[in-house]
Structures are given as structure tokens and as C-alpha cells.
Design a protein around this ligand. Structure first.
Ligand code: AMP
Ligand code: MG
Length: 331
């Protein structure tokens, strides 16, 4: 199968629509990472998404809709705080988990009685979702466990010959997956950190919890259990107070004939100017935008990525650290 990469103009959108309605998968740009889309109402199309990615069958998918889509067909009511959050943050990088009406394929939510909804702000995603005017399930468009894609080229590298079309919207400026927020309880609760932060949500909703899985408990968000975002080279992760050990690990790899790269903030990169460095930038937003591209770049030229935890926590940094530790510490 030929894999076309096209900007989302009229012809490409017609093709995307035809493919989606015939049960195919189509990758498309969003402001967070590229998504691998399929008709959420079609069992076979949804199963194809799991098969193409190699995604575990118990990891539920997010349903994407355009900004004017009537959610009442998909969700069974919403608490007042959720309506406020929708108005404040959608379209944008926030996924909201609601009680489901059960109108989409039962394979979308993997047996949960909830459905997660996202309204992406990317013009490419909006044009695609408007063209089809149905809910589209879309996990990140990478092979399961591999680093998420932030360019059409990254999607192509994982799926060339396996999917018919990638709607190219350029680089993903957000860079990490959406915040996943459980909106089924008395207060919203973050299941996955992202660019819409706990602080931003609490300001609008009055309060915001963060879900922590306890041992032996069934996870609220099964995807949190899986190893994720791994580059195809060795990785190591060091806290800030272990920078000497990080340098030791780097030198060890060098002596063994390997090609190590540090992955760190611009501030740390300046102190490591003698070494190979993948520079994450300075602000948490910049680090989110650069992280996956740096990991994808790193795996093509490094035998080992030595990550050093950037300074700071809270806000967007929580999302960055979550992805960085899962990619490089092997969580
Ligand atoms: P991905 O599409 O790869 O970005 O992953 C989607 C994330 O959303 C995973 O962590 C899922 O576990 C989570 N998710 C999707 N649907 C639900 C749901 N109904 N309830 C809880 N978590 C969900
Ligand atoms: Mg993913």
C-alpha cells in the first residue's frame, strides 16, 4: 500500500473522508501529536487501529470531534464544572472523560462505561473532523511503545506501507499528548498530565485532583500502566543531584565504543558543551514541544541517551517529566 502525505486541502479531505467511511485508518496532525484516526462507530475500523499500532486491547481510545459537534449523542450528561472547562479550554489539548451513551463501538472504551472526548484546535484536525462529521478515534500515530510522532515524517517512519494517508499539518507545536481529565466525579481529576495544567483547571473548576494508582487497584486509565515513548536505543535517566553519575555513564559508553548523547535543558547543555547533546530548550513549553523530536532524532544517531532531569516542577513541567521518565527511566 502506498502511504500518501498530503496537506489537508479539498482533494485530500475528500480522499480522507472516503477512506474513513470505508473503514480505513487515516493519520492527521493535531496540536499535541499526530493521531491515527478511524470511524469510532465502526467495530472493524476501531479494531484496525489497535492492530496497526500493536496497541494492547485494554487501552481505551479517545474520540475526537469538531468544535460544533453535538456531544449529547456521545455523553450521558456532564457536571457544571465540565461545561465551564469545555468553554475555557476547547478546542485545545484537553481530553475529558464522561459517562458514555454507548453510541460508539464497544471496542473504543475497552469495557469501561466512560468515553473520552477531545476537540483538537489544529486547523488540519478541525478540517478533517468537519469533513467526516463523525467521532474519530485517534491514539497517537506511533507503533505502540515507540516515541509519539510530532511530524508527518515520524508517522511515515512507523507506518509507511501500512496506512493509506497522512494529513500533514506540519510540526506539532504542543508536543506532548493531551491532558486526560476524569469528569465523572464531584471534582475533576487528572489521569494524564499535559499542557492544560492542574493549576489552569483548578482556576476554572474551583478544584482539581490528580489520580494516583494504588497497588492492587484496577487503574482508572489503563494506558498509564504501559511502557511508553521508548526510543530505539539504550536510555538512562539521572536526577539533578546525580549529574556526576550521568557524566560517568556517558564516558563509560564512549570508552565502550558507543555514541552517547545527553538529553537535557539548555542550561545544562551549556555546561556540557564538550559532549554530544540533545537540547530540550529552556521553558517547560519549549521542552514539551521538543522532547519527542529530540528522542526520535536521538535514536537515529545515539547508542545511548543519557537524560538529566531538567529543573522545575508543577504546571507543564509535570507533563514533561512524566514523558521523560517513562521514555528514559523505563517506567
Ligand atoms: P493515546 O491515545 O495513546 O494518547 O492514549 C489515550 C490515553 O487516554 C490512555 O492513557 C488511555 O488510558 C486514556 N483513556 C482513553 N479513554 C479513557 C477512558 N474512557 N477512561 C480513562 N482513560 C481513558
Ligand atoms: Mg500514545
Amino acid at each position: 500500500m502506498e502511504t500518501k502525505i498530503l496537506p489537508a486541502d479539498g482533494q485530500a479531505l475528500d480522499l480522507a473522508k472516503r477512506l474513513i467511511f470505508s473503514g480505513e485508518v487515516v493519520a492527521f496532525h493535531t496540536e499535541t501529536v499526530y493521531g491515527l484516526g478511524a470511524d469510532a462507530r465502526n467495530d472493524e475500523a476501531v479494531k484496525k487501529v489497535f492492530a496497526v499500532k500493536g496497541r494492547p486491547a485494554d487501552n481505551p481510545l479517545i474520540a475526537h470531534v469538531h468544535r460544533d459537534y453535538d456531544l449529547s449523542s456521545l455523553i450521558d450528561g456532564e457536571p457544571p464544572y465540565a461545561e465551564k472547562l469545555r468553554k475555557a479550554f476547547l478546542p485545545g489539548p484537553l481530553t475529558m472523560v464522561y459517562p458514555s451513551t454507548g453510541k460508539v463501538s464497544r471496542f473504543v472504551s475497552c469495557g469501561l462505561d466512560t468515553l473520552s472526548i477531545r476537540v483538537p484546535s489544529s486547523p488540519t484536525a478541525q478540517a478533517f473532523l468537519r469533513a467526516v462529521d463523525i467521532p474519530i478515534v485517534a491514539p497517537s500515530a506511533n507503533l505502540s511503545k515507540h516515541v509519539s510522532p510530532v511530524s508527518a515524517r515520524h508517522v511515515y517512519d512507523d507506518f509507511a506501507g501500512k496506512i493509506p494517508l497522512i494529513l500533514d499539518g506540519g510540526f506539532c507545536t504542543g508536543g506532548i499528548e493531551s491532558t486526560v481529565l476524569d469528569c465523572t466525579g464531584d471534582i475533576p481529576q487528572i489521569l494524564r498530565a499535559g499542557l492544560v495544567t492542574r493549576e489552569m483547571i483548578a482556576e476554572v473548576a474551583g478544584d482539581c485532583g490528580v489520580y494516583v494508582m494504588h497497588e492492587g487497584e484496577r487503574p482508572k486509565s489503563p494506558g498509564m500502566m504501559y511502557k511508553h515513548y521508548s526510543p530505539r536505543c539504550k536510555t538512562a535517566y539521572f536526577e539533578r543531584d546525580a549529574r556526576e553519575a550521568a557524566i560517568g555513564r556517558y564516558r563509560e559508553e564512549l570508552s565502550a565504543g558507543g555514541t552517547p548523547y545527553f538529553l537535557c535543558s539548555s542550561a545544562d547543555a551549556r555546561a556540557l558543551s564538550w559532549a554530544n547533546v540533545l537540547d530540550l530548550g529552556s521553558t517547560p513549553e519549549e521542552m514539551a514541544a521538543r522532547l519527542y523530536a529530540a528522542l526520535r532524532d536521538g535514536e537515529t544517531k545515539a547508542t545511548l541517551i543519557v537524560a538529566i532531569r531538567p529543573e522545575g516542577e508543577g504546571g507543564v513541567m509535570d507533563g514533561v517529566l512524566n514523558r521523560l521518565t517513562r521514555a528514559c527511566r523505563g517506567d
